[in-house]
Design a protein around this ligand. Structure first.
Ligand SMILES: [Zn+2]
Length: 237
Protein backbone atom coordinates (compact mmCIF):
# COMPACT_ATOMS: atom_id res chain seq x y z
CA UNK A 1 0.00 0.00 0.00
CA UNK A 2 1.25 3.42 -0.83
CA UNK A 3 2.58 5.35 2.12
CA UNK A 4 2.74 9.08 1.95
CA UNK A 5 3.32 11.23 4.96
CA UNK A 6 2.16 14.71 5.56
CA UNK A 7 4.48 15.80 8.32
CA UNK A 8 6.30 18.34 6.25
CA UNK A 9 3.17 19.71 4.71
CA UNK A 10 2.25 23.00 6.24
CA UNK A 11 -1.18 22.80 7.79
CA UNK A 12 -1.85 26.22 6.40
CA UNK A 13 -0.88 25.25 2.88
CA UNK A 14 -3.77 25.32 0.51
CA UNK A 15 -4.44 22.31 -1.62
CA UNK A 16 -5.59 24.65 -4.34
CA UNK A 17 -7.55 27.84 -4.55
CA UNK A 18 -10.44 26.31 -2.66
CA UNK A 19 -9.35 27.55 0.75
CA UNK A 20 -9.19 23.95 1.91
CA UNK A 21 -5.79 23.16 3.36
CA UNK A 22 -4.12 19.95 4.39
CA UNK A 23 -4.48 18.71 7.94
CA UNK A 24 -1.25 17.81 9.64
CA UNK A 25 0.28 17.47 13.08
CA UNK A 26 3.99 18.21 13.00
CA UNK A 27 5.46 16.51 16.05
CA UNK A 28 4.98 14.03 18.87
CA UNK A 29 2.14 14.97 21.21
CA UNK A 30 0.70 17.62 18.93
CA UNK A 31 -3.07 17.73 19.11
CA UNK A 32 -5.94 19.20 17.19
CA UNK A 33 -9.67 19.47 17.77
CA UNK A 34 -11.59 18.35 14.70
CA UNK A 35 -15.01 17.44 13.38
CA UNK A 36 -14.92 14.62 10.84
CA UNK A 37 -17.40 15.29 8.05
CA UNK A 38 -18.31 11.70 7.20
CA UNK A 39 -21.64 10.35 8.36
CA UNK A 40 -21.58 7.17 6.28
CA UNK A 41 -19.08 5.27 4.19
CA UNK A 42 -20.87 6.56 1.07
CA UNK A 43 -19.16 9.90 1.54
CA UNK A 44 -15.66 8.43 1.71
CA UNK A 45 -13.32 10.14 -0.73
CA UNK A 46 -11.01 7.33 -1.87
CA UNK A 47 -9.14 8.10 -5.06
CA UNK A 48 -6.96 5.92 -7.26
CA UNK A 49 -4.34 8.04 -8.94
CA UNK A 50 -1.14 7.94 -10.91
CA UNK A 51 1.73 9.95 -9.56
CA UNK A 52 3.73 11.68 -12.25
CA UNK A 53 6.67 13.98 -12.49
CA UNK A 54 6.31 17.39 -14.06
CA UNK A 55 9.57 19.30 -13.93
CA UNK A 56 10.70 19.15 -10.30
CA UNK A 57 7.23 18.44 -8.91
CA UNK A 58 5.21 15.31 -8.41
CA UNK A 59 1.53 15.42 -9.24
CA UNK A 60 -1.39 13.09 -8.84
CA UNK A 61 -3.62 12.39 -11.80
CA UNK A 62 -6.97 10.65 -11.42
CA UNK A 63 -6.93 7.15 -12.92
CA UNK A 64 -9.64 6.78 -15.57
CA UNK A 65 -10.34 3.09 -14.90
CA UNK A 66 -12.41 1.22 -12.40
CA UNK A 67 -11.30 -2.29 -11.48
CA UNK A 68 -13.61 -3.79 -14.07
CA UNK A 69 -12.41 -1.64 -16.96
CA UNK A 70 -9.85 -2.86 -19.48
CA UNK A 71 -6.38 -1.36 -19.23
CA UNK A 72 -6.77 0.76 -22.33
CA UNK A 73 -9.52 2.80 -20.71
CA UNK A 74 -6.73 4.72 -19.00
CA UNK A 75 -3.63 5.57 -21.06
CA UNK A 76 -1.48 5.74 -17.94
CA UNK A 77 -2.53 2.23 -16.87
CA UNK A 78 -2.04 1.05 -20.43
CA UNK A 79 1.50 2.40 -20.31
CA UNK A 80 2.21 0.31 -17.21
CA UNK A 81 2.21 3.18 -14.73
CA UNK A 82 1.41 2.23 -11.18
CA UNK A 83 -1.56 3.49 -9.25
CA UNK A 84 -1.93 4.27 -5.59
CA UNK A 85 -5.08 4.61 -3.60
CA UNK A 86 -5.48 7.24 -0.92
CA UNK A 87 -8.22 8.14 1.51
CA UNK A 88 -8.97 11.85 1.77
CA UNK A 89 -10.74 12.59 5.03
CA UNK A 90 -12.86 15.74 5.03
CA UNK A 91 -12.78 17.50 8.37
CA UNK A 92 -13.04 20.80 10.17
CA UNK A 93 -10.13 21.83 12.35
CA UNK A 94 -10.79 24.19 15.24
CA UNK A 95 -7.93 26.52 16.04
CA UNK A 96 -7.75 29.47 18.41
CA UNK A 97 -6.73 32.82 17.07
CA UNK A 98 -4.61 35.31 19.03
CA UNK A 99 -7.71 36.59 20.84
CA UNK A 100 -8.72 33.13 21.96
CA UNK A 101 -11.59 32.90 19.49
CA UNK A 102 -12.13 29.58 17.79
CA UNK A 103 -11.78 29.63 14.02
CA UNK A 104 -13.09 26.85 11.79
CA UNK A 105 -10.77 25.62 9.06
CA UNK A 106 -11.84 23.13 6.38
CA UNK A 107 -9.10 20.53 5.97
CA UNK A 108 -8.22 17.42 4.01
CA UNK A 109 -6.38 14.69 5.89
CA UNK A 110 -4.72 12.39 3.41
CA UNK A 111 -4.29 8.88 4.78
CA UNK A 112 -3.78 5.34 3.61
CA UNK A 113 -6.93 3.42 2.76
CA UNK A 114 -6.50 1.58 6.07
CA UNK A 115 -7.98 4.66 7.66
CA UNK A 116 -11.29 3.92 5.97
CA UNK A 117 -11.63 1.11 8.52
CA UNK A 118 -10.55 3.41 11.33
CA UNK A 119 -13.20 5.98 10.42
CA UNK A 120 -15.84 3.28 9.84
CA UNK A 121 -15.14 1.96 13.34
CA UNK A 122 -15.68 5.44 14.76
CA UNK A 123 -19.02 5.63 12.93
CA UNK A 124 -20.06 2.28 14.34
CA UNK A 125 -19.26 3.53 17.82
CA UNK A 126 -20.47 7.13 17.71
CA UNK A 127 -22.95 7.41 14.83
CA UNK A 128 -22.80 10.26 12.32
CA UNK A 129 -19.37 11.71 12.88
CA UNK A 130 -20.26 15.24 11.85
CA UNK A 131 -22.27 15.40 15.08
CA UNK A 132 -19.15 14.71 17.13
CA UNK A 133 -15.96 16.49 18.01
CA UNK A 134 -12.74 14.53 18.27
CA UNK A 135 -9.26 15.24 19.48
CA UNK A 136 -6.49 13.89 17.27
CA UNK A 137 -3.07 13.35 18.82
CA UNK A 138 0.11 12.48 17.06
CA UNK A 139 2.20 9.70 18.61
CA UNK A 140 5.65 9.88 17.08
CA UNK A 141 8.29 12.52 16.55
CA UNK A 142 8.72 14.37 13.31
CA UNK A 143 10.11 11.91 10.80
CA UNK A 144 9.29 8.85 12.94
CA UNK A 145 8.21 6.14 10.55
CA UNK A 146 6.19 4.40 13.28
CA UNK A 147 3.97 7.44 13.88
CA UNK A 148 0.37 6.71 14.77
CA UNK A 149 -2.57 8.93 15.56
CA UNK A 150 -5.02 8.64 18.43
CA UNK A 151 -8.55 9.82 17.70
CA UNK A 152 -10.41 10.51 20.93
CA UNK A 153 -14.08 11.33 21.37
CA UNK A 154 -14.67 14.82 22.75
CA UNK A 155 -17.22 15.17 25.52
CA UNK A 156 -20.07 17.27 24.07
CA UNK A 157 -20.40 19.07 27.40
CA UNK A 158 -16.88 20.33 26.92
CA UNK A 159 -16.87 20.75 23.14
CA UNK A 160 -20.19 22.53 22.73
CA UNK A 161 -21.45 23.12 19.22
CA UNK A 162 -21.94 26.82 19.90
CA UNK A 163 -18.15 27.09 20.28
CA UNK A 164 -17.23 24.37 17.79
CA UNK A 165 -19.72 25.05 15.00
CA UNK A 166 -20.58 22.54 12.33
CA UNK A 167 -19.89 24.88 9.43
CA UNK A 168 -19.47 22.71 6.36
CA UNK A 169 -19.80 25.52 3.82
CA UNK A 170 -16.09 25.30 2.95
CA UNK A 171 -16.75 21.91 1.39
CA UNK A 172 -19.69 23.00 -0.77
CA UNK A 173 -19.14 21.60 -4.27
CA UNK A 174 -15.68 20.40 -3.29
CA UNK A 175 -14.15 17.19 -4.54
CA UNK A 176 -10.60 15.92 -4.24
CA UNK A 177 -10.56 15.03 -7.94
CA UNK A 178 -10.10 18.32 -9.74
CA UNK A 179 -8.27 19.84 -6.79
CA UNK A 180 -5.65 17.74 -4.98
CA UNK A 181 -5.83 15.07 -7.67
CA UNK A 182 -5.92 16.53 -11.16
CA UNK A 183 -8.44 15.30 -13.68
CA UNK A 184 -7.14 14.64 -17.18
CA UNK A 185 -8.72 13.28 -20.32
CA UNK A 186 -7.53 10.35 -22.43
CA UNK A 187 -6.07 12.77 -24.98
CA UNK A 188 -4.29 14.80 -22.32
CA UNK A 189 -2.76 11.65 -20.85
CA UNK A 190 -1.60 10.54 -24.28
CA UNK A 191 -0.02 13.94 -24.79
CA UNK A 192 1.81 13.59 -21.48
CA UNK A 193 3.12 10.15 -22.42
CA UNK A 194 4.62 11.59 -25.58
CA UNK A 195 5.90 14.85 -24.17
CA UNK A 196 6.44 14.41 -20.44
CA UNK A 197 4.22 17.36 -19.67
CA UNK A 198 0.74 18.65 -20.26
CA UNK A 199 0.44 21.32 -22.86
CA UNK A 200 -2.19 23.38 -21.10
CA UNK A 201 -0.03 24.67 -18.26
CA UNK A 202 -2.98 24.48 -15.91
CA UNK A 203 -4.03 22.50 -12.91
CA UNK A 204 -1.85 19.39 -13.08
CA UNK A 205 1.19 21.51 -13.73
CA UNK A 206 0.39 24.01 -11.03
CA UNK A 207 -1.60 22.49 -8.21
CA UNK A 208 0.04 22.08 -4.85
CA UNK A 209 1.62 18.72 -4.24
CA UNK A 210 -0.61 16.60 -2.01
CA UNK A 211 2.26 14.45 -0.90
CA UNK A 212 4.21 16.94 1.15
CA UNK A 213 7.19 16.03 -0.95
CA UNK A 214 7.32 12.39 -0.01
CA UNK A 215 7.30 9.44 -2.31
CA UNK A 216 5.08 6.43 -2.19
CA UNK A 217 6.59 3.03 -1.60
CA UNK A 218 6.43 2.29 -5.28
CA UNK A 219 9.28 3.29 -7.47
CA UNK A 220 8.64 6.59 -9.20
CA UNK A 221 7.38 5.90 -12.65
CA UNK A 222 9.73 7.02 -15.32
CA UNK A 223 9.76 6.95 -19.06
CA UNK A 224 12.35 8.04 -21.59
CA UNK A 225 10.30 11.16 -22.09
CA UNK A 226 10.27 12.34 -18.51
CA UNK A 227 12.87 14.03 -16.41
CA UNK A 228 14.36 11.57 -13.96
CA UNK A 229 12.92 12.06 -10.53
CA UNK A 230 14.99 12.41 -7.42
CA UNK A 231 15.05 9.31 -5.28
CA UNK A 232 13.22 9.96 -2.05
CA UNK A 233 13.14 8.09 1.23
CA UNK A 234 10.41 5.57 1.75
CA UNK A 235 8.10 6.20 4.65
CA UNK A 236 6.05 3.64 6.48
CA UNK A 237 3.70 4.03 9.35
ZN1 LIG B 1 -4.99 4.50 -14.76
Amino acid sequence: MAKISFEEAQSSANSNNTGIGFFSLADDGDEAIVRILHDSTDSFDIVTAHEIQIGDKRRKIDCLRTLRDPLDKCPFCNAGMKTSQRFYIHLLEYQKDENGNIVVLPRIWERSTKYATTIKNLMDEYGPLSDCVFKVRRNGAKGDLQTTYSIMFGNPNVYKEEFYPKDTSGFDDYSVVGNIVASKTVDEMKYYLLNGSFDDNTEANNTASPTGGNASNTAPWQSPNTVSSVSRPQRFY
